[in-house]
Design a protein around this ligand. Sequence first.
Ligand SMILES: *[C@@H]1O[C@H](CO)[C@@H](O)[C@H](O)[C@H]1NC(C)=O
Length: 221
Amino acid sequence: MLAFQLLGALASAALVSSVPLVARTCDTSDAVMDLPSGQTALVSPTTAPLYVLLGVGIQNYSCSSTTSTYTSIGAVASLFDISCLIDSSDFASIQTTAFDIWNAAPSGTAASSIGSQVSAPDLLGFHYFVTSPSGTGISPEWDFTSTTGDSSSYVIGAKVGDIAAPTDSATNVDWLALNSAQGSLASKIFRIDTVKGQPPTSCVAGSDPISVKYTAKYYLY
Ligand SMILES: *[C@@H]1O[C@H](CO)[C@@H](O)[C@H](O)[C@H]1NC(C)=O
């Protein structure tokens, strides 16, 4: 009987853990994106974000053989929950703190290991590029399916707004607004507070693709 009850308890614990394991997310109602004034390309929704994320990863570029400049061919990033840090004094600069650790990390270090070093241990998912829903070109995806176990918890974005980073735009990638083109994780995505990720201004025609480390905040609405 005792063994039976124990088995029952184990079975229900297993059931609970097979329910979507949505990682801890704190209240985001205080979260407001700090967007530059004097521009209309990025307009904050009036609702609270669903997710406030730190992205740590790389931007990939290939060298055009005709223009000897780099062209974006995608990105790969780990996405950490930073909702619980919104009211912390570290929040404003967490992307810089994370970048410095990521940049100094030995080659082979996984981006997924950086969050725990900036008090953001909860890895909610990954950002990468996939074939566009239209069938032509590539589009960015934010994918939480591996942590939620829910095959619908992803979003593929279509860019609707793009501004140069307000500081050091030659080295920091643009700030972006995207709408959902597919998936139900969010209807709008913003990339802001970017650190690095831009390629060199020119390349030697025929040279290999490069990966440039970056961090950013992503707000999903
Ligand atoms: C980006 O480059 C890395 C190697 O640095 C590679 O593992 C990854 O698959 C590339 N992703 C894209 C989208 O090009």
